[in-house]
Design a protein around this ligand. Structure first.
Ligand code: ATP
Length: 307
């Protein structure tokens, strides 16, 4: 049993003169739910298609679930994928469609009711596919991808084209998948869509890696600071002086203090602020990272990469 679900190096795909994926190194530890994020045309689908043996790499080596990407048949039984919407039968129900898929693939049909529950179609499994909403169709596609109880699940933009409720449903579904122990790679062009449910991020642009690692590390690095609000407004300036004396860089903004992140990370700063407030018998009603800069730092990475 390997501790790395995906490990590829120098993965490259050229379509004629166009380089869709450019010397990409990708490492996914087993069990992570990884958001694969990049703007349109960044090379996400092409990368996923190469991992699934659907597109032949121009160059690169590596392994998926321990099997070489040069012989995908060796590992594909253990991988579930949703790249394009599967061709379901419109006149059959969701459950019947899954039974057809499972039978054709030689997979068990026993888990179908449980899978329908997991994707939020428990009460609608006997309805005809043609009556499903776009979000329900996407979720049925994920149920189909889960039929073989895969160790690795690859989902290409499952929230694409969904309304806000559909996007939220998809986010909760991915959150539920996170608890199942399998490795998930889910692509999106929207960082805010995946960063809430993915514990790992792979950011790419123009086929090149911009960041790979824990979501938390990126959030910590991106957070410009902490917003701190004491319960009593009169404590603002006292707390500011205490924090400055502790070596923090603090700015007073109206009803809040903004404490700059330190090199040791936002968690350390939050703990230190909390300790100082507690020691001074102050109650904090807000102690929150200023998160807007995550999107900013992502865009800065994209622009820094030459777009
Ligand atoms: P999106 O978010 O829009 O789906 P993506 O990140 O998935 O984008 P890809 O679909 O992998 O990006 O495309 C990467 C680049 O490769 C794009 O410039 C695209 O036009 C090109 N490309 C992809 N498939 C082909 C193909 N079969 N023939 C020629 N060019 C292709």
């Amino acid at each position: 049993m390997t501790s790395t679900a995906v490990s590829v190096s120098g993965l490259t795909k050229c379509f004629g003169a166009r380089t869709a994926v450019d010397n990409l190194d990708l490492e996914l530890p087993c069990g992570v739910v990884a958001g694969f994020v990049g703007p349109n045309g960044a090379g996400k689908t092409t990368t996923m298609a190469m991992l699934l043996g659907l597109v032949r790499p121009t160059a690169g080596t590596g392994a998926v679930l321990g099997g070489s990407i040069t012989t995908p048949a060796a590992y594909l039984q253990r991988v579930g994928a949703l790249l394009e919407s599967p061709a379901f039968y419109a006149s059959l129900s969701g459950a019947e469609n899954l039974r057809v898929f499972a039978t054709v693939a030689g997979q068990s049909i026993g888990a179908i009711p449980e899978l329908l529950d997991m994707v939020g179609l428990g009460g609608r499994g006997d309805d005809r596919y043609r009556g499903y909403s776009r979000g329900m169709k996407q979720r049925l596609g994920i149920a189909a991808a889960l039929l073989g109880d895969p160790e690795l699940l690859i989902l290409d933009e499952p929230a694409n084209g969904l309304d806000p409720q559909g996007v939220q449903d998809m986010r909760s579904l991915i959150g539920r998948l996170a608890g199942t122990g399998r490795t998930v790679l889910v692509s999106s062009h929207d960082l805010s869509e995946v960063e809430q449910v993915c514990d790992w991020l792979v950011l790419i642009d123009t086929g090149r890696s911009l960041y790979q690692g824990p979501t938390r590390a990126l959030l910590d690095g991106a957070s410009a600071g902490l917003a701190v609000v004491p319960e009593r407004a009169r404590d603002l300036s006292v707390l500011r002086d205490l924090l400055v004396a502790d070596g923090h860089h603090v700015v007073l903004h109206d009803d809040r203090l903004v404490v700059q992140a330190s090199s040791t990370g936002i968690r350390d700063v939050a703990a230190s602020v909390n300790r100082a407030a507690f020691a001074a018998e102050m109650v904090l009603v807000e102690l929150s990272p200023l998160r807007t800069t995550l999107e900013d730092s992502y865009l800065a990475m994209v622009h820094g990469a030459g777009r």
